[in-house]
Design a protein around this ligand. Sequence first.
Ligand code: HAM
Length: 441
Amino acid sequence: MALLTQAIRGTGDVLPNDSHRWQFVENTMLETARLFGFREIRTPVFEHTELFVRSVGDTTDVVQKEMYTFDDNGGRSITLRPEGTAGAVRAFLEHGLHNEALPQKVSYVTSCYRYEKPQAGRLREFHQFGVECFGAAEPQADAEIISLAAAAFEALGIKNLSLEINSIGCPECRAKFYDALREYFGSNQGELCETCKGRLERNPMRILDCKSPVCKKIAEGAPTVLDYICDDCRDHFEKTKSYLTAMGIEYTVNPTIVRGLDYYTRTVFEFVSGDLGAQSTVCGGGRYDGLVEQMGGPKTPALGFAVGLERLLMIMDAQKCEFPETKPCDVYIAPMGEKAATMASKLAKMLRAEGFFAETDIVGRGLKAQMKYANKIGAKYTVVLGDDEIAAGKANLKCMETGEQTEVSLPDGLISAVYDLSINASLGQLTDALDNFDFKL
Ligand code: HAM
């Protein structure tokens, strides 16, 4: 039975008491991106396996160990997306967005799937907010993307994230770096894990990202990429840093960041948090100037990042960040008898059409139980409807907080009374806010 009542390991539910936090995070991030000119893109949850193998790279942990891959009934190999960039690139090419005004800037909130060992902050189904920018080669773009991530964190009230940046060069300068890595790891070859032994020839940079403790230890003494990047890449990196400094964005250069996906070129970056434990990276991204072309499109420089939303919420909890309150029920209409029930449904419909949150009985409860329910859901006002009220065409609108009652005619008087009361309440809140506002600017 446990199979029926337990979610699969590494997955989770967002329950109604919690969903407003997710909505706040997602809306704030999408809205921040909108202010930078990014518009939302939605791509399928599954794609051809080949798309991820070719873009993420067949020597990465993601492709070698972590993909949810299966054959569908038509015998095609399908993979649940392990990340959002590959699908965005595919859509960019499929729909000819490269023929539209560049840069094309897209944002997304998606679920991703990786068969990883679940632990705090590491799940098998997780969620990302991400952005991708196509057709921008200049270092201003790198700085702007990073400043977008920083602005989104600030809008959410998150503090104390450190930004770590690095440059991993272009394919030309990386060839020399690979030679140096092959020489270094070649002398330790016997101790490397089996996967890394296979990576040594084909993609030695991946060894730097291996999770095995032995490979990690060996990697500590490995050559660092910054010592090998060419003049153009160095210039790009220097300019990116100076734009960041000009925008007041603090960073440290961490020459060990290589990222776990193969498509990156030049700038790579991560935002890390001390509030997360072992999985300390909340956001990762960088430039991928070769990927669009590699997927069969025109040469198109591109860059982006993704934020892990579960990790982001963990940080927000640890930092006790504030979330906006959810709006409670405005009016609960408690009918007694069938005639009243019909009238209650009509009134609820009218209130909802005016944008109010209205509920009425749909389970056949008696009056006492209905009032208990109205209390439980935190209804601001209640109206009891019986035969007398219907005959008189009048009812009492009761404020649940003060117990104060207002007689209203049915139906119009009720709607306008709820209107007036809600306007007064909003005015009250505004006055309170102004009273507490510090005008010494
Ligand atoms: P990534 O570093 O693989 O990059 O993932 C981005 C973020 O997703 C991580 O920093 C982390 O917060 C979160 N994340 C990754 N794996 C898990 C997991 N198993 N459980 C929970 N959270 C996780 C990418 O995915 C790139 N597509 C980012 C990018 C976009 N680069 C350019 N454009």
